[in-house]
Write a protein that binds this ligand. Structure first.
Ligand SMILES: [Zn+2]
Ligand SMILES: [Zn+2]
Length: 257
């Protein structure tokens, strides 16, 4: 079990690095517009492209390696505040008092504040602390994938017959197929997470609303954590310390009654 976990942990990270480095290298060495810039001595665009690819890798590892907001014994907001809200807020798996919006992740073996989802691609939870970095990562990935596809298309070589053309461009065609599929997935994620940031939703609360005790009895349109678009965005990107959702929740509940 431990070996399987370690294997998948390193495997997905290795695959991500291999895809990023592999595609960037091929686009640099094939006869693409990037290569033309290098051959002509114009280094700005190639350097910008490589720097952006490196930044996307850094963002990936920030999301993968940072504490997503694990609930820890001794956290000041863990022991007392939520008792009045729910009779069943103590986590049955790690035994800690669970703040509102936290959920236990079986893969990470921790309760995670403002739990969004456990991402198998980064092999880490996405929660209160790293969700903003996750959004930055997928946003840059959308830009990089669009940019890379346009660079790849510029490298297609013309051939007199269509079968020759496909054979001649097989590597770039395969890269474009892979990047096209990735772009569809990442762009969908970008749209979903942007919408959720604006409205202060999480994937977990959206997908499993009927199972979440603190949202029971509320209609689909009611969201007790919605602070308005500007404050939602500000809280998401700028609030570094754990946010006290209990206060927001209590105020919203008293207004709804
Ligand atoms: Zn737990
Ligand atoms: Zn997790």
């Amino acid at each position: 079990m431990f070996q399987t976990l370690c294997f998948s942990f390193f495997q997905s990270r290795l695959v991500h690095v291999a895809i990023t480095v592999g595609i960037s290298s091929i686009l640099l060495f094939k006869q693409t517009v990037l290569r033309t810039h290098l051959d002509d001595g114009h280094y700005f665009v190639p350097i910008l492209y490589i720097t952006s690819a490196c930044v996307s890798l850094v963002l990936y590892f920030i999301v993968a390696c940072m504490d997503p907001g694990f609930v820890k014994r001794g956290d000041p907001d863990v022991e007392e505040k939520n008792v009045c809200l729910e009779p069943h807020q103590r986590c049955g798996l790690c035994g800690l008092q669970r703040p509102v919006r936290a959920r236990h992740c079986r893969e990470c073996k921790h309760c995670v504040r403002k739990f969004d989802h456990h991402c198998p691609w980064v092999t880490n939870c996405v929660g209160e602390r790293n969700h903003r970095w996750f959004w930055c990562f997928i946003t840059l990935e959308v830009i990089m994938l669009c940019w890379s596809i346009s660079i790849s298309v510029s490298g297609y070589q013309s051939a007199p017959e269509s079968s020759n053309w496909a054979t001649q461009n097989v590597i770039l065609l395969l890269i474009d197929l892979l990047m096209g599929i990735l772009l569809l997935v990442v762009f969908a994620l970008f749209c979903i997470h942007t919408y959720m940031i604006l409205n202060n939703h999480t994937t977990w609360e959206t997908m499993s609303r009927h199972r979440i005790s603190y949202l029971k009895g509320m209609s689909e349109s009611e969201n007790p954590f919605n602070l308005g678009i500007c404050r939602n965005v500000y809280t998401f990107f700028c609030h570094i310390k754990p946010f006290d959702w209990t206060v927001v929740y209590s105020k919203a509940r008293s207004k709804m009654k």
